[in-house]
Structure formats: structure tokens, C-alpha cells
Design a protein around this ligand. Structure first.
Ligand code: ZN
Length: 381
């Protein structure tokens, strides 16, 4: 094995949804982090990007594209098939607060250690769905059999720290700064996700975003001070997974499918996210019927070539038989993720300019770093 550069402390700060556009618009840490470049988003959501960042593999390999997949044989919720029909009326069981309580209950009863949310998934679909983030992805072995960042740093014999994603981000920055100031670390991965929620609500609103970005700048400056105090050479990088696309319209997939007389679980199965609808065909002719129901929708059916290029093609049908990707800004609403549109959303075409993520560093950008899936190699080089 090649010897590692142990003398340099390397810190990687992840800011969910800090797009290239926002970083440049607000001049985020332009002086402190002068080595900058846009990063191409991994097709999908944060639940796709984070395992990609933590492994350097793409969804076709690590298996995480969206939270829910149609998988009747593997569903951890199979036992719910006896009670699901009694969750009526639907409107009550779709309320945000009811969902949050129910999500916490399911997470505890099922022993999930990863992030878990029921969102607006119809409860009668649940017994036939699998959930992708049942375990904590950040801890050693968290994405086994694929090794993750903690596994890699451990194998390299480094003193490392990865934030606990459950903790408030202020605390995560403070813990990392303390450890770095004491010279206790060779590598650190600092996790923060609150900017994503803010962007979903207030995309394009300078009055809300500029102060938030400035707060991240302050926190990063504290890390830089801690590193300087420790006296070892260091590199610090801030990076993200995607940007945010403003709302430009909605389309109602369940209504279109119902109007075409198509039945979930008989004709087709689906997992409908805000920006993409994935389908499994359950009988001959279902594909053509759904395509016709979607004929007026804004977006396109992905070709196999596009799925392969985006690292989301699998032979085992895990991600669906077909994926309809909405045009940038157009949200499926209602979807399995929510019943109201959000001001901003991500998960559109990675080529859309609002999708682009960022890499901002004290150190020269590694050659070959172009996409979110290249970040892992940069963190473990
Ligand atoms: Zn988000």
C-alpha cells in the first residue's frame, strides 16, 4: 500500500444543497477557499448522493437511488399488510404530524438505525415496498459489502472523525473544531443538512439565504482557526451534493393513472418522487397504458443509455423497469414524498444548471474531480 500523507490534516465539510450557483452568488468564502469548481450532481437525491460520496460507487453498485423500491418479497413492512387497509381515511394518515409520529414508531419497532421517514407513501403500498436506508451509512461497515469512508480511513490507519448526522449541525461544527484544535485528528468529515431544508422553502430568496450562507462561513472560519492553532499543515474543503431548482409547475401522476383505469399492485407498481416516477410493469400492456396516461406530462422517459451514463441502471429491476424524469422545476404533486409542492426541489437532470454542486478548497482541485462520485477518491487519496 502507498504511504499516506499523514503530516497534512484534511477536513471535508459537507453542506447539503449548497449549489455552485449559491456559492458563487454569495461569494461564499472566496478568499479562504480560492480553489473552486462546479461538481456534476449524482442523478437522484441526497439519499443517493450521500452513499455515493461515502463510497465513490454509484447507485447501480451501492443500491441507493431513492428511499422506496417495489420489492414485495423483501419488504420489511410485509406484516403491515393485515393492518394497512384500516388506515382510513387517507387524508388523516397523510397529515405531516401523524406521519412523523408514525415514522418514529416504525423506526423504533423495526430497529432501523438509518434515517427513516414515511413521507406521504400510501400506507397500503408499504407492505410491498423496501426501504433503502435501514442502517446508519456513516459508521464503519454502514454500507457493507461496499466499504465506506469510515472503513477507508480506518484501513489507512488514520485518526478520523465523521459527524453524527443526528446531531444539530452547530454541535457537529463545534465537536470537529475541538478535536482539530487539540491536534487529535488526521481526517474529518463534517456533516450539515439544514441548508437543504432552507433552500426547499426559500430558494432564490437572498434575504433568507445570504445570512444562512454567512453563518456557514463563520463556522468554517472557526474550523480554520482551530486548524491554525493546532500548528500542523492542513487542507480544508467545503463541498455539496446538489443545488436547488425553483418550482415551475406541478403534475398529478396518481390522478392521471386513476383516470386511465390503472390499478397499483395489479397493472403496475410505482414509487413517485418529487422529480421522477419509477414504474414496475406487472402485466403486458401496462407500459403502453402508463405511457399514454403520461403523454401530456412535462418530462421524458429515460433511455437505458441515460440510466447507464448516470450510474442508475440495474439488471435486477431494483430501481424500476422505467423512469420518467420531470422537466427541471416541474414537481410531481402529490407524490409519495409530499402532498404540497415546495418552493425548491432537487433531483432533476444533473445537466440542469440549478443541479450543480460545488467543491471549494484551500488546496488545488484534484485532477479528475468533476462529479459528486469523484469526491470519495479525493477524500481518501
Ligand atoms: Zn433536499
Amino acid at each position: 500500500m502507498r504511504p499516506f500523507d499523514r503530516s497534512t490534516v484534511k477536513v471535508f465539510v459537507f453542506v447539503d444543497a449548497l449549489g455552485w450557483k449559491q456559492a458563487e452568488r454569495y461569494g461564499f468564502l472566496r478568499e479562504e477557499l480560492p480553489q473552486r469548481r462546479p461538481l456534476e450532481m449524482q442523478f437522484g437525491y441526497s439519499c443517493t448522493a450521500i452513499p455515493t460520496i461515502l463510497t465513490g460507487r454509484r447507485p447501480s453498485e451501492h443500491g441507493h437511488l431513492a428511499f422506496y423500491d417495489w420489492a414485495p418479497e423483501k419488504s420489511p413492512f410485509r406484516a403491515m399488510r393485515w393492518v394497512a387497509p384500516f388506515f382510513r381515511p387517507r387524508s388523516f394518515w397523510r397529515r405531516g404530524r401523524v406521519r412523523n409520529v408514525l415514522s418514529r414508531l416504525v423506526k423504533r419497532l423495526w430497529g432501523f438505525t438509518g434515517y427513516f421517514q414515511l413521507y406521504a407513501v400510501p400506507l397500503e403500498h408499504l407492505p410491498k415496498l423496501d426501504y433503502c436506508e435501514k442502517t446508519d451509512m456513516f459508521v464503519p461497515g454502514g454500507l457493507a459489502p461496499v466499504p465506506n469512508l469510515a472503513d477507508a480511513w480506518q484501513a489507512q490507519g488514520l485518526r478520523w472523525h465523521v459527524s453524527d448526522w443526528r446531531k444539530p449541525e452547530d454541535e457537529n461544527f463545534r465537536i470537529a473544531a475541538d478535536l482539530l484544535a487539540r491536534g487529535a485528528l488526521d481526517r474529518a468529515f463534517v456533516y450539515s443538512a439544514a441548508f437543504d431544508a432552507l433552500q426547499h422553502d426559500r430558494v432564490g430568496d437572498d434575504d433568507a439565504l445570504r445570512p444562512a450562507v454567512e453563518r456557514y462561513a463563520e463556522r468554517v472560519r472557526s474550523l480554520l482557526s482551530a486548524l491554525a492553532a493546532a500548528g500542523r499543515p492542513f487542507e480544508l474543503t467545503v463541498f455539496s451534493d446538489h443545488g436547488m431548482t425553483p418550482l415551475r409547475g406541478t403534475q398529478d401522476a396518481p390522478a392521471a393513472l386513476a383516470a386511465a383505469g390503472l390499478a397499483w399492485g395489479k397493472d403496475y407498481a410505482s414509487a413517485i418522487d418529487s422529480t421522477m416516477a419509477r414504474f414496475w410493469w406487472l402485466r403486458p400492456g401496462a407500459k403502453e397504458a402508463v405511457e399514454s396516461a403520461f403523454a401530456s406530462f412535462r418530462g421524458r422517459w429515460l433511455t437505458r443509455g441515460e440510466m447507464e451514463a448516470n450510474g442508475i441502471w440495474r439488471d435486477d429491476r431494483k430501481f424500476g423497469d422505467a423512469i420518467f424524469l420531470a422537466d427541471a422545476g416541474v414537481q410531481f404533486c402529490p407524490s409519495d414524498m409530499g402532498v404540497k409542492p415546495l418552493a425548491g426541489m432537487h433531483g432533476f437532470d444533473p445537466a440542469d444548471e440549478d443541479s450543480t454542486a460545488c467543491w471549494l478548497s484551500t488546496a488545488p482541485v484534484p485532477p479528475g474531480l468533476r462529479r459528486v462520485c469523484d469526491v470519495f477518491a479525493a477524500m481518501t487519496a
